[in-house]
Design a protein around this ligand. Structure first.
Ligand code: DX5
Ligand code: ZN
Length: 217
């Protein structure tokens, strides 16, 4: 379904060559570029912060979709606006004041996303819907690429019903591949993040497999 957007996660890219990796996945058909920021505190892994994300921006021609797996979020919102994030997603579980966080993200000129860990129910996001441009449904516990897909299709369907006719994306993140993608799209997802399933078999010097993998999702 080509109305569904594919957002490759550069968590599975070559960390010594992000600029060329971003150019390669865009040339191979990526709709958005998904950037996983981890702090070694909210999740048990550490990636990169605002200066690196600002450097990625120079290569992103599509949409830079920044997924913050950090706590706290609010002290860093301006830094990610300055880094050029188009969409900035914070976890509902990252702090007690999600309304303030989403308002601050929009106030800084970005689209505001809210991510839900697998253990968080759809209903938890209902009070935030009018402040939200994207809901990221995690289908793994965040922290690492290449984990096993957890079936969240009931949650996706519940979110579609709660959202009604609001213009809110439902993004799926974790374990998306050609087998699991049709399940989440049928349930109502319209943006698919994929790391290992996009980057496997290819490299910056041989990027054609990235395109084959994107089209297979
Ligand atoms: C998980 C990250 C994901 C991850 C997805 O913590 O938020 O974006 O990179 O990787 P795959 O597609 O390999 O599950
Ligand atoms: Zn992510």
């Amino acid at each position: 379904d080509r109305r569904v957007k594919i957002a490759p996660s550069i968590l599975s890219a070559d960390f010594a060559d992000f600029g060329r990796e971003i150019q390669a996945i865009e040339a191979q058909g990526a709709d958005w570029v998904h950037v996983d920021v981890m702090d070694g505190h909210f999740v048990p892994n550490l990636t990169f912060g605002p200066p690196a994300v600002k450097a990625f921006r120079r290569h992103v021609k599509t949409v830079m979709d920044v997924h913050l797996m950090i706590a706290p979020v609010d002290p860093f919102i301006e830094a990610y606006a300055d880094a050029g994030a188009d969409i900035l997603t914070a976890h509902l579980e990252a702090g007690p004041h999600s309304h303030r966080t989403l308002q601050a993200i929009r106030g800084a000129g970005m689209k505001a996303g809210i991510a839900l860990n697998p253990g968080t129910p759809a209903q938890a996001v209902e009070p935030l819907l009018d402040l939200t441009d994207l809901i990221c449904v995690m289908t793994v516990n965040p922290g690492f690429g290449g984990q096993k897909f957890l079936d969240m299709t009931a949650k996706i369907r519940a979110l579609r019903s709660l959202i009604g006719d609001r213009p809110i994306h439902i993004e799926i993140d974790g374990g998306v591949d050609p087998t699991t993608a049709p399940l989440v799209v049928a349930a109502g997802a319209d943006v698919l993040v994929a790391g290992s399933a996009v980057f496997r078999g290819g490299s910056v010097d041989d990027p054609a497999p990235y395109g084959q993998n994107i089209r297979a999702i």
